[in-house]
Design a protein around this ligand. Sequence first.
Ligand SMILES: Nc1ncnc2c1ncn2[C@@H]1O[C@H](COP(=O)(O)OP(=O)(O)OP(=O)(O)O)[C@@H](O)[C@H]1O
Length: 585
Amino acid sequence: MKELRHLNKYFLKYKWHMLLGLLITIAARIFTLYPIQFIGNSTTAIESYIKGEITDPEVLREQLFYNILLIIGANLVAAALTFIMRQTFIVASRKMEYDLKNEIYQQYQRLSLNFYKKNRTGDLMNRISEDVSKVRMYLGPAIMYSITTLTLFVVVIWYMVNTAPLLTLYTLAPLPFLSFAIYKLSVAIHNRSTIVQQYLSKLNTFTQETFSGISVIKSYGLEPLTNQNFEVLSNGSKEKNLNLVKVQAFFFPLMVLLIGVSNTTVIYIGGKQVISGEIENIGIIVEFLLYVNMLTWPVAIVGWVTSIVQQAEASQKRINEFLKQEPQIKNHQEKSVKIEGNIEFKNVTFTYEDTNITALRNISFKVNRGETLAILGKTGSGKSTILELIGRLYDVDQGTILIDGENIQDHNLYNLRDSIGYVPQDAFLFSDSIRNNIMFGNTNATEEEVIEAAKNASVHKNIKGFSKGYDTVLGERGITLSGGQKQRVSIARAIIHDPQILLFDDSLSAIDTETEEEILQNLFKISESKTTIIVSHRISSVKNADRIIILKDGAVVQEGNHQKLIQLDGYYKELYAKQLSEKEM
Ligand SMILES: Nc1ncnc2c1ncn2[C@@H]1O[C@H](COP(=O)(O)OP(=O)(O)OP(=O)(O)O)[C@@H](O)[C@H]1O
């Protein structure tokens, strides 16, 4: 129960719901029991009539009518109270589920990139959905049924002991066995359903991947192979499901068996006691039969509740693992100071902790407000890493990054990121309208500003060409747009944000050179008083930059402007010559 302690704060928050639920449960149970006494009374009245103690049939009719009215009345009240009981406990548990999901989601948002690298998306999704559902079963149904069972037990057993103590003992004897058997069965069901879930998860991942990669599958003619793989997986899933169904099938027969044993005991022992005169009338046997049937379900539920609590404990443990984690990148500064955009790297070395790859080695450079720095280099040379370090997606190991002369870590983290417009290498667009995708950079932007940003990113004409214009909804991963269009929408998003620092990570790669030139000219105007860093593989994107640095294996190997670098032997000159000849061809 240690892990479940985390949830106590929610019980405290909804204490009035819980308290009201408790009171109503007690009242509901008492009203559920009343009808049984009246059924007992009716049987006794019939018995008295048969024995001749009541001679007038009118009196019997009157007694039966009176008892039936009471039975109906008590049942109606019990039903109404049971409804309210569910409204309190179950509603409270749904509210707690909602709060817990929000707590986990906010924690996910708080955690840094390294957390997402270490954990698989499926696992993150599972903990916020599956695990929370299991915890909710503890917060609501388990608590509700425990209280119901306890109240029922106390009230019923007290009444039974008072009426016929020995008969009570005999009738209740099989119930602990029932509870234990149900517990064992619940554990087996739980274990097997966990395996079923795992198979289902595998099956889902497989299908999702095949749908995402459908174009590759079709173009390589891999349909038969994927069908085969799917069949193997779904067969496995079917086998596991059948295993589960087998144990589930034991549940009701077991209950029926034990109810049968208890009923037989009541009739046999009760009958003997009536004969010996220990029990005065048959009405008591009828009442006991009803009590036993009423107790069987709650006793079975004790086993069920125990397994629910165990599952909730295991799920909450998984949730707590994530809730306890601290973000790797922390904000050390509450105060926000307006960022001017002067960036300086001083002997920066950086190693990715998960792969142990040293992406940057002793890097130093400076770029001031109003300037454009371009970074070139072969793939894997560390260009993107530089941009990620400026956004503090990671913190440096050695050396320092200065922003406006101050250590990057001494700036307010959120203010720093807010001052940056980052266009990643792999432009990500949400399944939303183009307008909203652009406005992601500034949710308060006006229609004119959206159009202006799109024009500056040279994508306005394309958007206008769509029948729904800016309202065009993009499919998953923006599949309705071409690679170059996606990149430009992503650029418009950064422009509309109007940041102090603009970072472009190879974001013009899928755009033809003419459009590229157009965007660069627009950017030149927009970024007059901003700091721009352009990562690229193309000379055309970087030739106008104030400074260009060439990276090789994480180190700066050449530095200068276009004019200087085309004179020097090395990567830049070679690339220039190659791209020039390609253009001429
Ligand atoms: N998130 C990461 N975790 C671990 N290693 C990484 C990560 N990102 C990059 N690396 C490694 O760091 C090195 C530098 O990568 P980086 O993405 O900075 O190169 P790049 O110059 O931008 O390459 P490209 O031109 O292909 O985009 C590579 O060896 C890469 O494998």
